[in-house]
Design a protein around this ligand. Structure first.
Ligand code: AMP
Length: 195
């Protein structure tokens, strides 16, 4: 494992499904030079490849539920130890989603001798994300799965805002607007939080 470079950023982006988080995460990671890790993309790739993980995750994902914390914490710990992330930093998208995952992330970074810089909450109201998700027609976007994911978000993921807030790591960004407007707000918020 290579020594961590202190300028590499370690960021988390939080936001309801359909908030535009995935699109913005790709742009932010590119602009700040860090590696974009989407746990949803990792799981979808495992499902497509038919791996053991994919087989375990598929039914849970299609029903809008959450894959177990132990599985997720293991996958992320392994990925975060890779050289590209140790050197360039990371933008985590879709993880942590529960307080158990947030605790695990804190331990993983502490073991590596690094720390999270900022958690961004990309805020878009429930009514707007519901409309967007129904319009995008992904295979796991049935109305029931959307409703389940949004209610799980309020139950399990929204409390993480307090978790990050208590550590003075949270920055809120208004996610309503054009893609470029939201990107500009996010970039500015990250720059400001590092000063
Ligand atoms: P996403 O693309 O982030 O919306 O994730 C798609 C699906 O993958 C979610 O609805 C969950 O079933 C699963 N998933 C992704 N990330 C996690 C995570 N950190 N913890 C548990 N399940 C996850």
């Amino acid at each position: 494992m290579s020594a961590p470079v202190t300028t590499a950023k370690r960021l988390v982006i939080l936001g309801r499904q359909g908030s535009g988080k995935g699109t913005q995460a790709v742009r932010i990671a590119e602009s700040f030079g860090c590696v974009h890790i989407s746990t949803g993309d990792m799981l979808r790739a495992a499902v497509s490849a038919g791996t053991e993980l994919g087989k375990q995750a598929e039914a849970v994902m299609n029903s809008g539920g959450l894959v177990g914390d132990d599985i997720m914490n293991g996958i992320v710990a392994e990925r975060l130890a890779a050289d590209d992330i140790m050197t360039n930093g990371v933008l985590l998208d879709g993880f942590p989603r529960t307080s158990d995952q947030a605790d695990a992330l804190e331990r993983i970074f502490a073991d590596q001798g690094v720390a999270l810089d900022t958690a961004i909450n990309l805020d878009v109201p429930v009514e707007i994300v519901t409309e967007r998700m129904l319009a995008r027609r992904r295979v796991d976007d049935t109305p029931e799965a959307i409703e389940r994911r949004l209610s799980l978000y309020e139950e399990q993921t929204a409390p993480l805002l307090d978790w990050f807030g208590a550590r003075d790591l949270l920055v809120a960004v208004d996610g309503v607007g054009s893609e470029d407007e939201v990107f500009a707000r996010l970039s500015e918020a990250i720059d400001r939080s590092q000063q």
